[in-house]
Design a protein around this ligand. Sequence first.
Ligand code: T1G
Length: 706
Amino acid sequence: MAGIVTFDELGGVGLVSIDNPPVNAISHSVRRALVDVIARAEENPRIKTLLITSDAGLFSAGADITEFDRPPGEPRFEQVQTMMESSPIAVVAAIPGLALGGGLELAMACHYRLAHKNAKLGMPEITLGIIPGAGGTQRLPRLVGARAALNMILSGTPISALEAKVNGLLDEVAEGDLRAAALSFCERLVREGLGPRPTCHRTVRDGLEESEIASVLLRHARALKGRTTQLLVIEAIEASRLPFPQGIAIEAALARKSLLSRESLALRHVFFAERESGKPSPASPVDAQRAQPPAIGRVAVIGAGTMGSGIAIAFADAGLEVLLHDNDPASLVRSREFVNSTYASSVSRGRVIRSVADERMRRIRSAPTLGEVADADLVIEAVFEDMELKKNVLSQLDSILPPERLIATNTSTLSVTELARATAHPGRVLGLHFFVPAQASRLLEIVRTVDSSRESLSIAFRVAKLLKKAAVVSGDAFGFIGNRMMLDGYFREAELLLLEGASMTQVDAALENFGFAMGPQRVSDLGGNDVGTKARVQLFRRESRPDPYFAIADRLTEMGRLGQKTGLGFYRYENGSREAVPDPEVIRLIEKLAADRGIRRREINDQEIVERCILSLINVGAMVLEEGVAARARDIDVVWTSGYGFPRHLGGPMFYADTLGLPQVLERVRHYYEKLGYYWRPAPLIERLAAADSSFEQWDRTGASR
Ligand code: T1G
């Protein structure tokens, strides 16, 4: 492909520039082009040094993930690297921005490395369930030591150029013009007679004691819960003590093993599902796919409660000006305190430096009168969850704002269609459903109505990209995607299992061992049992459904046991701690509620707990798909992995169902249908796909042609 790698001669320097949009993935064509230019440079007697870089703002995001399921084309990665490392001329990497995975591995096969001060260098392979497979587990320990290498690879988080200079990964950091710094670096090499310096000839300066491995594993235990890739990483890094050819052979075998693992298939599924869900689905009107959203510089948030303040922080973190309005001055004062304390804790945890925090706080300005938001590019309403109140706010905004401006509601339970029709321009209204805490939760449900215009949708996608949120489009129906599945499936089963005899600690532990970050009762206590009760009342009233199941949670709300915020909920939280302590009073309450309902309590094992909570999630997920509330099964996986703590390494509930096999899923759902009743009726979509021995993935693939 023309121009994918360019070559220029600048004095005695051969300048190689990679240009493979969007992220300079080291694809097969890039590898082929690199081999060509290196050979040309080596044949050119004027060329004394080779400079490998890019003008694309980043160096490379690594190997081309889309090529993983195909046999690697020649030349393979290591052939390119061996050519660079064994080159008779000095090869220098100049890193302008991100250098990730295979991109950093390419740079480590160069003899010298420079980077711009804003560059970030990382090995994120573990986030894809694989180990570095282009020499990273062999060259990185030789450059930074085994301990630092293990940490970098297990965390998967990029480090700054400064850290990389300190730990030996970089030879120089350029404050200003990287190209100029790199060219004078090359001239200095020639002047000082410094030639090739193969990384593979180095030895690893520090060993890895068992105790160190254990402490590093402990540090990453939470992020790697239920995972196995880290064991392959350790095995590969331990092999870095061997001569390079032996170590690299061991890495290659372990990398192949990791690539075929279920964990990696699941994590790659989530990687691409997140990128797809952030774009109009194939089912969306073509013009929605092409709509160019206007620039967004200033946002207004109406309602300065916890959600409104969190949303304001999310936009300030993304670099936008935020106007925060509330007609209760006391709320604006409380919100300012919340914003200040949130940034203060981010600074104290080293997540952001003081000056940046101050800058972001300055971007959030209070707007005591609603009129002040008239020149905002978009407005998000986050007032109390009451239909009439929200309708009133939306119709006022509708009269204040120019008709092309987007008005979004953060409702989690009310009909967005009904709210939109309270305005004269329902097309410019849709739901932007943030999750607690709005400034940190990665998920954003974009709730579209039949009236929502393509412009509104494209602005919503733009907002999600700006906020770096995983965006998923949902139809305007009961509980949208996430809450519907949580209430109609996951939480319902968790409650029933308590009534039938399982203990809270048992249910929470079983699902945490399955891989959830937190079990259902602890999540309910974190979010507030009153919030759950209020949401259910709204939702079940909206759908005039009987609320047969949440007897315990609603009783706790009546008793004022609202959760962590009151120190009492399903559990007891002593002196403001987050440690959940079982409370005999709640156990007695559950026994009484069960007796009142004639439920005979019994021993329940963990397998039944996990099966009922997860299969009910899958069953309701299939209904959400069939009803068109979610456009793709993989959208549901994004909702649950980025917003509800479903383990990413299992791919999300629908991907997980495919790994179980839909015929098996159907057989178990039918088992519970017979045993527990109508709410376990198998979703017709599961029955059809199981009968055809098909999968949700195939269902997605046939999407538009269905
Ligand atoms: N390969 C192929 N496509 C990629 C890609 C990659 N490595 N990275 C991103 N894309 C696509 C992505 O699907 C999207 O496509 C577009 O680029 C923009 O991405 C040998 C084996 C770099 C931080 O894990 O973390 O090297 O949707 O929307 O938000 O040991 O992309 O437009 O069609 O995410 O600005 C290791 C993965 C690979 C980094 C940019 N590397 N990428 O974020 O844009 S494994 C990674 C990212 C490896 C070696 C091993 C992010 C980003 P589309 P985007 P962004």
